[in-house]
Structure formats: structure tokens, C-alpha cells
Design a protein around this ligand. Sequence first.
Ligand code: HEM
Length: 399
Amino acid sequence: PLHTVTTMPTERQPGCPFDPPKELIEAREQSPISRFPFPDGHQGWLVTGYDLTRSILADPRFSSRKELMRHHPTIDYGDIEVPPAPPGEFLLMDDPQHSRYRKPLVGKFTVRRMRLLTERVEQVTAEHLDAMEKAGPTADLVTAFAKPIPAIIICELLGVPYEDRGRFQENIDKFLGGEAGDEELIAAYIATQQYLAELVAAKRANPTDDVLSDLTDSDLTDEELQGMALILLSAGFDTTANMLALGTFALLQNPEQLAALRADPGLAEQAVEELLRYLSVAKQFYRIALEDVELGGHTITAGTTVILSLNTANRDPERFPNPHTLDLHRQDGGHLAFSHGIHQCLGQQLARVEMRVAFPALLNRFPTLRLAVPADEVALRPEAADIYGIKSLPVTWDA
Ligand code: HEM
């Protein structure tokens, strides 16, 4: 039987900020794969089942190439030409092009390397908690905590000088946040590219101790390095920030789980995996069939766009019993929040270190942390944003 989802939902259910839109949950209950007619008339597919999502992510017959991604799930752009990804922007390339860029980076983001960063993450976290405590009670957890910590760490890794950070972060926020108007967005994007070009030139002239300087010692061109830096920044800023803010919100709304984590800091590793699964802020990606593929009893014909709903797949009851319950003691790993296959998140060990440090440190510093507004007044990102999350999270505590 062929199940069809006619439009991509643009909102979540009121009062359920952590759950994928109910239309997607219902689609998965019908079938792990549904037909999805795009607004421009393209007949695509929507995948919501865990097993099928995972197998497509690992299947080289499905492409991530930017120039093939011509259909938008909510906007009719008509018959447009999409240029290929610029040099270095390997998230939207297939192998072998993709591995030219990913390979030299892998060794810089290993578990061991990221563990060495733990102390620095602890320091930066403590500094932000100090500042928050001093200025409060009441704070916006997004601006005081969730955004600056991952931003500082990724800037340090890349070697962005301290004095450039403010302006730089502002521009990145604008073009990733889904809030800026078109003109502002384009201006912020251009400013970021210009800055990265200057940064690459500076690292070539005067290499320092950071990932970007290390990469200048290779056959990668300036343009390629600039593209790689852009991917690292855009992937590393916004995702972790939204996990920290939304994760805190989810814990505050699940007081028993919050108490369990507070009582046992040893639970942090498991808790972070469960929050990743439960929230899945990087909620959906696209793949294009390069040839006809038989899947789940259907033929995906060459050239067809497939939407992979990672957040719905991470709520598949056949893989995760009671999937809509946040259970920090959950043992069944294997969530897809960092994707799977050749594009599986390069920065996942860094993100894990940041979250394993930051959540317990926050809870420890503020034993009475709570929302400063009713939960239904917390300003969430629109469902149209690529990364789900929170605009601001007003919190307070007993001084
Ligand atoms: C790729 C999620 C943090 C760097 C990805 C993908 C996902 C993801 C789902 C794969 C997309 C696809 O399959 O097409 C997340 C989440 C994060 C996070 C949920 C935070 C909790 C980071 C950080 C970095 C980073 C901190 C910084 C270095 C990258 C890069 C890629 C990537 C470079 C592209 C990999 C490739 O195409 O080979 N991330 N990410 N991510 N991520 Fe992350």
C-alpha cells in the first residue's frame, strides 16, 4: 500500500515542543516510507522509519550533491538550476570529492583529541556560569550559556583571533538563525566569506596552533580551506547551542530526569545520548537516488528526492520502546542524531564533550534552576529552520 503525505507540516503540536510534528509521527505509524509530492510537482519520498533511514544513509546509490537538490519541501522554486557545492563544502558532495576534504580533518576530531579539550571546555563553561550568576538571578540561557560556549570552542579550534569573535559570531548567527530578512542574510553571508578569506590568508602567512593553520600545510587551495572552515563553523555553532538550550528546557520539563542527572553526574554520558535522540535538532536531510533503487517494497527511481526525517526515525517504537519518553537511563543506543554513513557528523566527539561538561555544570551551579516564564511562552524556532531549537530561554534561581 502506498501512503502519501501531502504537505510538509510547518508546526509542531501546541504544548509538545520536543516532539516531531504529529503528521510525521502519524506517517511513520502508517508506513516507514511515504510518497511526498513536492510543491513544484516533483514526486518524491518521505522516510520516517528508523531502519530504512539508516540504510539509505549508508547507501552510495543515494547522493548528497548540492546540484541535485532542486526541490524544496515547502516552497515552489519551479525549474531551477542549483550550482554544485563550492570547493571545500563537503557536506554537500559525494565521494571521492567529499573524502578529499573530510580525510585531512578526521584526525583532528578524534575521541582522544576532543578529550584533551575537556579542561578548556570546563574553563569556558565555568566562566560563563560565573558571569550568569553575577548578573542574575534571571538570565536568557541561550545568550548567556548555550550559544557562547560552543562558539568560543570552535573559534579556538579554527584559530579565529579573540578580537574578531564578536562581529564574526554576529554574522554567523544572522545567516544560520533563520530570523534575518533576505538582505540581512545575504550581507551576513558575504561578510563571513570575506572574513574567512582573510583568515585563511593570515594562517598561511603566520601559521598558529589550530586546525586551519595545520591544513595550510597540504595541497588544499585557499578557496578550499575557506569552504571547509565555513562548513566547520556552520555545523559546529548552531547545532550544539540548540542542543544545550533545548536540552535544558527538556530537563526542566522532566523534573524526575533532571533530579536523576543531578544526583548522579556519572549519568551524563548516557543522558547526552538520550537528549540527542529525543531532541534530534538536526531534524531532516535530503538524498537523491542516483539509480533505480528497490526499498521497502517500492522503487525509488533515479533522480528522485528523498526526505529523511531523522527526528521521526529517532522516535520509531520498533527501535526505541516508549520513544516519546525522555529516559536518561535508556540503554538502546544507535540514534541517528549525528546521521550515519559517510557524512556522519565529524564534530560529534566535540559536541559530546561540550554537552557532557555543560549540562552537569549548569545543574550543579544552580540547584534551584527553573523557567522564569510559563513553558508555553518559551520562544521556539520555527519548524522551517534547518536546525530546531530555542530563540531564548528565560531562567531564574534562588540567589
Ligand atoms: C555533519 C549533526 C555538532 C561538524 C552532521 C550531520 C548531522 C550533524 C546530522 C550529517 C548530515 C548528513 O548526513 O547529511 C550534529 C549535531 C551536533 C553537531 C546534532 C551537535 C549536537 C557538530 C560540531 C561540529 C560539526 C560541534 C564541529 C566541528 C560537522 C561536519 C559535518 C557534520 C563538518 C559534515 C560531515 C560530512 O559531510 O562528512 N552533523 N552536528 N558538527 N557535522 Fe555535525
